[in-house]
Design a binder for this molecule. Structure first.
Ligand code: ZN
Length: 126
């Protein structure tokens, strides 16, 4: 009977440790916060990790409409009515790297740097 109690205690400790470890790993994993800007103003900030369903945002600029596709995995300019369509050709944006820019419609889609945000909160300037 005593051995059994110990097994129960040990296994619950292991489970608790596993849960803690998972949550630590989760908090360490880089966040996927994407900012969508138009004319230099923030339109929307999305954490791709918390996106549970795929959706689209349509922005209208000087040269027509831009449709932005958002999923848990990536963000991309699905279609655009701008003349150069460079933003569409950019393809999927999955993590940091080159932001998607639509110059004609002045739209920028980029991954936000968390550390910069933390600095902004503390007011520290680098
Ligand atoms: Zn474009």
């Amino acid at each position: 009977m005593k051995t059994r109690t110990w097994i129960i205690i040990l296994s619950s400790v292991v489970i608790v440790c596993a849960i803690l470890w998972m949550s630590i790993l989760n908090s360490l994993s880089p966040s996927k916060i994407v900012g969508i800007y138009q004319d230099g103003n923030l339109v929307e900030k999305i954490d791709l990790n918390s996106v549970t369903y795929q959706r689209e945002i349509t922005l209208t600029g000087e040269f027509g409409k831009n449709t932005i596709y958002i999923s848990n995995e990536h963000i991309e300019m699905k279609s655009a009515e701008c003349p150069d369509k460079l933003c569409v050709k950019h393809g999927e944006l999955k993590s940091g790297g080159t932001p998607i820019v639509c110059l004609p419609n002045r739209i920028v889609i980029q991954f936000e740097d968390d550390s910069k945000e933390a600095d902004a909160k503390t007011g520290a300037v680098r």
